[in-house]
Design a protein around this ligand. Structure first.
Ligand code: MN
Length: 234
């Protein structure tokens, strides 16, 4: 089954309803229920990315792998930009990894990224300061799919996979806010390897919004990502 989690503000909820109908029309789901409360399932489509937190609380997987243009490790208050920090802080998961992030710098002085039990693999070369020295993150541009091997070593075999569609470039126009650096081809390659290398407890596709209804590239991306997942996870 597929659970469509219509959570967040209206553009997100409308986006989830739209995607449910789209996938039904494409013959990719038989039937669907749209809900605000997660139930136990293997595949989810979510509006606001904070919905992943409530799924994690229900499923209790050991680790999370997030493919996302943002780390979602802010700590100011609970929302779509901080749910992963809360999942780690609240010990709902033990370890997490983020692949494809672009924004590495907290937006305010007050905002510090959560760093314990998490490894980040940005889309592009980025540095961070560790004990007074600048060190480079392993990243997709320089290290390619090897970042997934590294994530595998760090996370172990069993993961919950969350795919924030804002990891795609701006022209895909799926999410409400800033998009990232990947093409659909890049994303599918990454997902194919993740699906091969890990045991997937469950998976979600997140941050869909009503923008996708007006985006041909966006619809194509949703359909292809969903199809790939459905082949492997059921
Ligand atoms: Mn996100």
């Amino acid at each position: 089954m597929v659970t469509f989690l219509a959570v967040g503000e209206k553009p997100n909820r409308d986006g989830v309803v739209y995607v449910a109908k789209l996938l039904k029309r494409e013959g990719l789901v038989d039937d669907y229920t749209i809900t605000e409360k997660p139930r136990e399932d293997k595949i989810y489509v979510i509006g606001d990315h904070s919905g992943t937190y409530s799924i994690l609380r229900a499923l209790k997987p050991p680790a999370v792998l997030s493919v996302d243009a943002h780390t979602d490790l802010m700590q100011d208050y609970f929302d779509h930009a901080s749910w992963l920090a809360y999942a780690l802080k609240d010990r709902i998961v033990e370890r997490a990894s983020v692949i494809g992030a672009v924004l590495m710098i907290p937006t305010t002085e007050r905002t510090k990224l959560w760093t314990r039990n998490v490894r980040i693999f940005p889309a592009l070369p980025r540095t961070r300061r560790v004990r007074g020295r600048w060190r480079r993150y392993m990243n997709l541009e320089q290290h390619g799919l090897k970042v997934i091997d590294e994530a595998r070593r760090f996370l172990g075999d069993e993961i919950y996979l969350t795919i924030d569609l804002d990891v795609l470039r701006p022209e895909y126009r799926i999410a409400r806010f800033q998009h990232g650096e990947l093409t659909l081809k890049d994303l599918l390659e990454i997902l194919e390897k993740i699906l091969r290398d890990f045991t997937i407890v469950a998976v979600d596709i997140a941050e869909v919004s009503d923008r996708v209804a007006r985006s041909k590239l966006g619809r194509r991306a949703v359909i292809e990502v969903f199809s790939l997942i459905r082949e492997v996870v059921s």
